[in-house]
Design a protein around this ligand. Structure first.
Ligand SMILES: Nc1nc2c(ncn2[C@@H]2O[C@H](COP(=O)(O)OP(=O)(O)OP(=O)(O)O)[C@@H](O)[C@H]2O)c(=O)[nH]1
Ligand SMILES: [Zn+2]
Length: 302
């Protein structure tokens, strides 16, 4: 093949310095990025220059329609690019962390990406009473929630999820063990095995695939992210947090001070709503924790 062949291709997985891109015809090629490290994100459209029959060099990344981040104390990492929606999978067993789901909602809201929440394992009917208030609250917060049982009723699960995922690029996230892989494999048989093939091709071993992976699905795509227990938000500002929580955002105009941070300020409409039982104390505690962290970060920065 001529060395000067150039084309655009989708980044379907990243592994440190290496990534894989998929051409329109379905061919997957190994890609390297010269000079710049770590700026290739799953979901990116990469301008490629073919360097061998199986390899390309990424020359440039096309402008992104969206970019979702997650962060820890040390750094902020892009999770996926160009996604249309985030699907958060959770189940009552093993136990879920409400903060994980709230943080995912907040991160997506800040990145201007809609969210759908998938409650899996609804065959555990004995957990129904405990989980219902949480689901009702998610709906009140404006989230779309669907309930499925990927192993007990795969047919129905497919019926519910197909129309949600069709023609869209969806990032799947969830804490470990919630059934994300089961759902992915139900919709795209063999998806989990394909993930391993990438690692084998690069001789990376099974453990090294830690970034997101792209799978074409019915005119759109499912992007699988690694199971993680925490969804860090240290890239958000205090303003992002206030604007990203509907029950805070809707009350700020009634606070006495226009720059109210809803912590110790007198005449705060948010704190009043907590006292009056209109805002869930747990949601306020979640806000307070994130807000205090953001304030500490912002004051440390200047
Ligand atoms: N009872 C029940 N079990 C399920 C359901 N869906 C998945 N499971 C089981 O839950 C366990 C975890 O499922 P996985 O699909 O591996 O979970 P995951 O979210 O991909 O977890 P990680 O691989 O750690 O990210 C497996 O034993 C599944 O068989 C369900 O609808 N009901
Ligand atoms: Zn206030």
């Amino acid at each position: 093949m001529a060395e000067s062949v150039r084309f655009n291709a989708r980044v379907v997985s990243t592994h440190g310095k290496h990534s894989f891109v998929e051409k329109n015809d379905g061919t997957v090629l190994e890609a390297t990025r010269k000079g710049k490290k770590g700026d290739v994100v799953v979901g990116d459209i990469a301008q490629c220059l073919q360097t061998s029959p199986t390899q390309v060099s990424v020359e440039k990344i096309e402008p992104r329609k969206s970019l979702l981040y997650r962060s820890d104390d040390l750094r902020t990492k892009p999770l996926a690019a160009n996604i249309d929606q985030v699907a958060v999978v959770f189940a009552t067993r093993p136990s879920y962390n409400p903060h994980f789901i709230w943080k995912a909602l907040l991160a997506a809201e800040t990145a201007d990406i809609p969210t759908v929440i998938i409650r899996n394992k609804c065959d555990y009917i004995q957990d129904e009473a405990a989980v219902r208030p949480f689901i009702d609250q998610l709906k009140e917060l404006g989230a779309e929630v669907v309930e499925v049982s990927a192993t007990k009723d795969p047919e129905k699960t497919r019926e519910i999820l197909e129309p949600i995922f069709r023609d869209k690029i969806t990032l799947l996230i969830g804490q470990s063990g919630m059934g994300k892989s089961t759902i992915l494999n139900l919709l795209i048989p063999g998806a989990a095995q394909r993930t391993q093939e990438y690692s084998v091709a690069l001789d990376l071993g099974k453990q090294t695939t830690t970034a997101a992976r792209w799978f074409n699905f019915e005119g759109g795509a499912l992007v699988d992210s690694p199971g993680f227990q925490e969804f860090g938000l240290s890239h958000l500002t205090l303003n992002d947090i206030m604007r990203g929580m509907p029950e805070i955002r809707d009350r700020v105009e009634h606070c006495r001070f226009t720059n109210c941070r809803h912590l110790q300020e007198p005449g705060c409409a948010v704190k009043k709503a907590v006292e009056d039982g209109e805002i869930d104390p747990e949601r306020y505690a979640f806000y307070k924790e994130l807000a205090e962290e953001a304030i500490a970060r912002e004051s440390g920065r200047y």
